[in-house]
Unconditional design. Structure first.
Length: 221
């Protein structure tokens, strides 16, 4: 059983990660800007605490992460500035590092983007001609956040980033998926997709297994 500090627990991915982690018996501290959004549902179940916090504030990250085994961030900027993804990555790393030698540093697992993955033909996902500009900006922000994480020695912060498939949406939890590293996972029809529920399964599996320290990996059917 792991003690998890979860940022972004009210989002579409975060709510699934919260439910998946609690269903497996992990202790979760949901760190949110508005605790009232988690009243009822999975957050009221055994093993979950809800606290006020901000992923963009390193001091808040340190307070939330202290005493936990893993800090998980499913933060997304929504309709806000995509650049907040880079700021969040820097805040998460800085907050964990600030805990100091007297407190064991938690691992860090973040939700990444699919834009910087290689397609079967060779180009990156974000190189496609038909990507809308707002989506492209979000893809590149995820890429910038990943570039920053890759400058962080795993000996200092044991980080992992999990990119989804090209298409991710609410669906069925099957518990079945395939993994890749920097190449898009596609099925026999050439489609790259994953349900939000199975993405959460893969993320909590990583929390439990610590199989990809210091790298980005991806998931799909």
């Amino acid at each position: 059983m792991a003690k998890i500090a979860l940022f972004g627990a009210t989002g579409s991915i975060g709510t699934r990660v919260l439910q998946e982690a609690l269903a497996r018996g992990h202790e979760v501290t949901a760190v949110v800007r508005d605790p009232s959004k988690l009243t009822g549902g999975a957050a009221d179940g055994k093993g979950c605490a809800v606290v006020l916090g901000d992923v963009l504030d390193p001091a808040s990250v340190a307070v939330a992460g202290a005493g936990h085994d893993v800090v998980v961030s499913t933060f997304g900027p929504g309709a806000g500035d995509p650049g907040a993804l880079v700021n969040a990555a820097k805040s998460l790393v800085g907050g964990v590092q600030s805990l100091g030698a007297d407190s064991p540093w938690p691992r860090l697992v973040t939700v990444g983007g699919a834009g910087s993955l290689r397609t079967p033909g060779g180009p990156l996902v974000w190189d496609a001609a038909d990507v809308p500009e707002p989506v492209l900006a979000l893809m590149h922000a995820h890429g910038d956040a990943l570039d920053f994480l890759r400058t962080v020695p795993v000996e200092e912060v044991r980080w992992t980033s999990l990119s989804p498939a090209a298409q991710i949406e609410a669906g069925e939890r099957t518990g079945v998926y395939r993994l890749g590293l920097d190449d898009l996972v596609v099925d026999t029809d050439g489609r790259s997709w994953i349900s939000t529920e199975d993405y959460a399964v893969a993320l909590v599996d990583e929390v439990e297994r610590d199989a990809h320290p210091g790298v980005r990996f991806t998931v799909g059917y």
